[in-house]
Ligand binder design. Structure first.
Ligand SMILES: O=P(O)(O)O[C@H]1O[C@H](CO)[C@@H](O)[C@H]1O
Ligand SMILES: O=c1cc[nH]c(=O)[nH]1
Length: 235
């Protein structure tokens, strides 16, 4: 039955959903990866598709930007559409000096400045962590030359963040990069006893603006990240 934000039937989604932020990227991924992709939802332009990948059912859907947005879609997918795994495929800004533009990051855990997960367990600071099962599957699928990093990221509510010393503090603790959704996704997966993983491509670096990826570098690197995400989705 359709929900407030997803106009699909309850059986329209595969057990695993790849989730980029941009709905148009969701469409491009669906057209590239899936056999017989079918559009299953388009409320507010947030496109979702289901088809098969090497004979296995797989869905792709956009999340929008920020924790409130991915929070709505992840909640409804897990609760009403039988989804068991969501793999976010996106971009992050590099923070650690070990991370470079074009590298791939698997988010083992996500710090945040948001209160999205704050009230989950009375008196407890919730730890937003990836599903080990998916993390191991994605890491095992890494074969290409693109450097892979596994560690913590930060999911920040402000894209244009300006708290003095915050980026330096995060770098000091080895935080790999910044994006805006993963802490909420991991919290919701824990709430529903389901699985989640975030696979990121480093699109820029907060401490080094000298290198920008060309369009073809961006696409080939993204393909590397997508391969790891698919491996996690279909583990
Ligand atoms: O690469 P995607 O998934 O769009 O996500 C990143 O890009 C957006 C900001 O430009 C934020 O949503 C951030 O998390
Ligand atoms: O949230 C994000 C995503 C990519 N790059 C950034 O600097 N921030």
């Amino acid at each position: 039955m359709p929900t407030a934000h997803i106009n699909a039937e309850s059986t329209d989604f595969a057990p695993a959903v790849l989730m980029p932020g941009d709905p148009k990227r969701a469409q491009r991924i669906a057209e590239q990866l899936l056999d017989s992709p079918k559009k299953v939802t388009d409320v507010r332009g947030m496109l979702g598709f289901t088809g098969t990948y090497q004979g296995q059912p797989l869905s792709v859907m956009g999340s929008g930007m920020g924790q409130p947005s991915i929070g709505i879609y992840a909640n409804e997918l897990y609760k009403f559409f039988g989804v068991q795994r969501i793999i976010r495929v996106g971009t992050c800004g590099g923070i650690s000096a070990d991370v470079h533009v074009g590298d791939i990051v698997l988010a083992a855990g996500a710090h945040t400045d948001s209160n999205f997960n704050q009230a989950r367990i009375p008196g407890i600071y919730f730890s937003a962590i990836a599903s080990a099962n998916l993390l191991i599957a994605a890491a095992a699928a890494h074969t290409n030359e693109t450097p892979l990093h596994i560690g913590t990221i930060v999911s920040r509510d402000h894209f244009y963040a300006s708290t003095p010393g915050q980026n330096e503090g995060l770098a000091d603790y080895g935080v790999l990069g910044v994006e805006m959704e993963t802490a909420a996704l991991y919290g919701i997966a824990a709430q529903y006893h389901t699985e989640a993983l975030t696979v990121l491509t480093v699109s820029d670096h907060l401490f080094d603006d000298t290198y920008e990826m060309t369009a073809s570098e961006r696409e080939s690197t993204f393909q590397g990240a997508l391969k790891l995400a698919v491996a996690a989705a279909l583990v």
